[in-house]
Design a protein around this ligand. Structure first.
Ligand code: SAH
Ligand code: SF4
Length: 399
């Protein structure tokens, strides 16, 4: 398979041009064409000689992931489903805040870690995304939201690795993609505005400092090992004390003063008691951090419930009184289901519906052609046009 230039970090792009005995500034030119001007066709890279373009044409490809569904929300949020090489579908979500906004990016199709409250976990693991498929989400969102016009407003101010999958279980591709997000030759986002969210893969957190200085969010969701292990199997392997140590170590490796975000999905009757809040405050006493409470987002395969607003505000108050900065993730884009991994089930249902529809159309055609003596080619042509009609639904592109 030819390497996809969209997914080459600065180092790898430079190495490629050095192998071709070309100057390092070629790497800068090509990266800027791709990530800053949105150009994926080598022929449009006019400051690169025809000879070099011809050579590259033979050796590489430049390909963005394929968007198969596009869900704009009434509140300005936007969700896209993309198809990755393995054939699986993953999602990315853009959530605007005023004139800026946060893009939530996926790192794996499915996830092996099986947290009990997570729709992605229920799908099991399917595949790791490549660097091009991860950074391709940022490329696509920029193309779809703003275009690549230099004068256009840049609406993506933050990127969080909080879509589908556990970023640290796909370590190197995620590290390369994150480096492109922060690279001045690519998206140039500040290290404060690129966040890796992890459920606590301790050895990978310990390795992170050798690769990146991006911001860190930790999915804690419980104040003690017994409860955490019961909802997050990874805690049996890497208990809370080890996780806290690894997080402290990473934060102290950073040059500037930054704190991690502790994520806490609040689930009715599971981890939402006042006592849990008090225990959490005690646990986090020695870790400077911000706390983000996420009201559980219900989905069809789960019996868990979202707690009432008053339970969440009591929980928040206990933490605030203990001195923590606490935010509560507001429910956005309810109409498009913007929680982790949630919408993909719906899209697959919809695809299956389309397949059933196509099969029924085929049966009808077979029946009709038996009577009319219609050729196979004619039947195929009619079927293809039936498929097209289904794909022209405004929300489902090309599936
Ligand atoms: N695997 C990574 C990142 C993806 S999930 C991680 O676990 O951190 C992003 C966040 O959404 C995590 O904090 C995750 O625990 C949380 N989450 C998953 N399913 C949820 C749900 N149904 N309701 C609320 N939060 C959920
Ligand atoms: Fe995987 Fe994160 Fe979902 Fe847990 S919460 S199953 S780690 S994606």
């Amino acid at each position: 398979m030819k390497p996809n230039l969209l997914g080459l970090s600065r180092e790898k792009m430079k190495a490629l041009f050095s192998e071709l005995e070309e100057k390092p500034f070629r790497a800068q030119q090509v990266m800027q064409w791709i990530h800053q001007r949105g150009v994926l066709d080598l022929n449009e890279m006019t400051d690169i000689s025809k000879v070099l373009r011809g050579k590259l044409e033979q050796l590489v490809e430049i390909r963005a992931p394929k968007v198969v569904a596009d869900y704009p929300s009434e509140d300005g949020s936007h969700k896209w489903i993309i198809e990755v090489a393995s054939g699986s579908r993953v999602e990315m979500v853009f959530i605007p805040e005023g004139s800026r906004g946060t893009l939530c990016v996926s790192s794996q199709a499915g996830c092996s870690l099986d947290c009990s409250f997570c729709a992605t976990g229920k799908q099991g693991f399917n595949s790791n995304l490549t660097v091009a498929e991860i950074i391709g989400q940022v490329w696509l969102a920029r193309q779809q939201l703003d275009g690549f016009d230099a004068a256009a407003q840049r609406r993506i101010s933050n990127v969080v690795m909080m879509g589908m999958g556990e970023p640290l279980m796909n370590f190197e591709p995620v590290m390369d993609a994150v480096s492109l997000m922060m690279d001045d030759w690519a998206y140039g986002l500040s290290k404060r505005k690129v966040t890796i969210s992890t459920s606590g893969v301790v050895p990978a957190i310990r390795r992170m400092k050798e690769y990146t200085d991006a911001s860190l969010a930790v999915s804690l969701h419980a104040p003690n090992d017994a409860l955490r292990s019961s909802i997050m199997p990874i805690n049996k392997k890497y208990p809370i004390a080890e996780l806290m140590d690894a997080v402290k170590e990473y934060m102290s490796s950073l040059q500037d003063k930054r704190v991690p975000v502790i994520e806490y999905t609040v689930i009715k009757g599971v981890n939402d008691h006042r006592q849990h809040a008090r225990e959490l405050a005690e646990l986090l006493k020695t870790l400077p951090c911000k706390i983000n409470l996420i009201p559980f987002n219900p989905f069809s395969l789960s019996d868990y419930r979202r707690p009432s607003d008053s339970v969440i505000s009591n929980f928040r108050e206990i933490l605030q009184r203990a001195g923590f900065t606490v935010t509560v993730r507001t429910t956005r884009a309810d109409d498009i289901g913007a929680a982790c991994g949630q919408l993909v089930g719906d899209v697959e249902d919809q695809t299956r519906r389309q397949e059933r529809h196509a099969r029924r159309a085929e049966a009808r055609q077979n029946e009709a052609s038996e009577h009319s003596g219609q050729s196979r080619v004619e039947r195929a042509r009619i079927l293809a046009s039936t498929g097209k009609a289904a794909a022209s639904d405004p929300l489902v592109l090309g599936s």
